[in-house]
Design a protein around this ligand. Structure first.
Ligand code: AMP
Length: 430
């Protein structure tokens, strides 16, 4: 087995790795660190969890320690990922603090970042949108960038950052080293690589599209958009423990959270419309057990490390089939049994067909759809809290732009099991 010693790293890096308890490089580190140290441009096909952050940070820091007039830029799709990279960077530079960093991400005041930029940080960790904001205000220039890292490049493209990436590319020095990391490799990522990397870049790959963990018991439930709400309560009652719920859009996340709150469930959420502080609080609350349920969009959940999830619920199926495997991989870790439940409404069928094909291709277990339990009947006098949900919000806000139609509760399908018999009860129930 390889050892970090074989890379002949500089003393402050070696020391930091000892401090971090890293002894042996992971496969992506073993394959990419020597090439990056030798100055090659590189495409790394690797997902979160493979050790890719250290794979690009270790050689990047080596360059910065050897060339003290140079700096590096790391671009990441989400604030969470950028902060995670910065956290690792701070750990890695604990014995060479002169290599200072700044993170340029949305949700944090520009002025705070401008003050840090004034200290000429050697490493800039940024989301593309916020970096372009700063560039447009002349808060920094990129002429000393010797190393550029595009982390989760596929996700940046999915999120529509191509225009910002092009703008950044225009301002970067032509002579630089570029490292592009991506979980998937398709026409778009290959096009991006062509644009950013020199022709003879190296490509290293670890693992195929990972397969769904065998430790996760998957369930697929046939339902309708409206039926999802009842099923959600059923699922939360049936399966104890910390639960991560994925919904399709920011608005959907807000509404699911509001719905659960109305039943007294300790819940919080993360999505792109929430401030950095709100997202951090939500993650901390889940870690500390202050909330049981976290509702999230895929984008916000990307890169976050949430330990001990008992149950992942796909309230909405993901748009990208691979995300299904990432999502359910958040439970059933370290050999423990985890549970995942996916709601399948008729309009989600096409997405499920793609997920099913991917599960088969990766030799993963494929759940069979079961009928959703009907918990409500037409004749019950179930007036709360759905009747409240049917009302549009008095003051729609950006975080809560509720539409009347989507919130309308279908009266025709209400209540078999009175709410009083449900374990999750509305806050105001006697
Ligand atoms: P990443 O894929 O960069 O998000 O890393 C996933 C996890 O693996 C992080 O918690 C890292 O701290 C950890 N890690 C990365 N490289 C190593 C290593 N060589 N030895 C032990 N842990 C590592």
């Amino acid at each position: 087995m390889a050892h970090f010693d074989t890379f002949k790293l500089l003393p402050p890096i070696k020391q930091a790795l000892i401090e971090l308890g890293y002894k042996n490089p992971t496969p992506i580190q073993e394959k990419s660190i020597p090439s990056i140290l030798a100055g090659a441009d590189l495409v790394g096909n690797a997902q979160t969890g493979t050790g890719k952050t250290a794979a690009f940070c270790i050689p990047t820091l080596t360059t910065l320690l050897k060339q003290d007039d140079k700096s590096a830029l790391i671009l990441a799709p989400t604030r969470e990922l950028a902060l995670q990279i910065e956290k690792f960077w701070l750990e890695l530079t604990q014995f060479c603090k002169e290599v200072n960093s700044v993170s340029l991400i949305g949700g944090v005041p520009m002025e705070t970042q401008v003050k840090k930029l004034a200290k000429n940080p050697r490493i800039i960790i940024a989301t593309p949108g916020r970096l372009v904001d700063h560039l447009q205000h002349d808060h920094l220039n990129l002429k000393n960038i010797a190393v550029l890292v595009l982390d989760e490049a596929d996700r940046m493209l999915d999120m529509g950052f191509a225009p910002q990436l092009n703008e950044i590319l225009r301002l970067l020095p032509k002579k630089r080293q570029t490292l592009l990391f991506t979980a998937t490799w398709d026409a778009e990522t290959s096009e991006l690589a062509k644009k950013f990397l020199v022709h003879n870049y190296e490509r290293v790959k670890v693992g195929e599209t990972s397969k769904a963990a065998g430790t996760v018991k998957q369930k697929l439930v046939n339902t309708t958009q409206d039926g999802k709400r009842d099923l959600l309560l059923e699922e939360l009652n049936a399966q104890p423990g910390a639960t991560l719920i994925f919904a399709g859009t920011q608005q959907k996340v807000d509404r699911v959270m509001e719905y659960l709150e109305s039943y007294g469930v300790a819940v919080n959420c993360i999505h792109g419309g929430r401030s950095q502080g709100q997202r951090k609080t939500a993650l901390r609350e889940l870690r500390e057990g202050k909330i049981r349920v976290l509702v999230a969009t895929d984008v916000a959940a990307r890169g976050i490390d949430v330990p001990e999830i008992a149950h992942v619920i796909n309230y909405d199926l993901p748009q990208i089939a691979e995300d299904y495997i990432h999502r359910i991989g958040r439970t059933g870790r370290a050999g423990a049994t985890g549970y995942s439940t996916s709601f399948l409404a008729p309009e989600d069928q096409r997405r499920w067909t793609e997920i099913e094909a991917l599960l088969k291709k990766t030799d993963s277990a494929v759940p069979r759809a079961v009928a959703g339990k009907q918990t409500r009947a037409a004749n019950a006098d179930d007036l709360t809290p759905e009747s409240e949900l049917a009302k549009p919000s008095k003051k729609p806000t950006r975080a809560n732009p509720r539409s009347k139609r989507e919130n309308a509760w279908h009266k025709g399908s209400v209540v078999v099991k009175p709410l009083s018999e449900q374990r999750i009860k509305p806050k105001n129930s006697k």
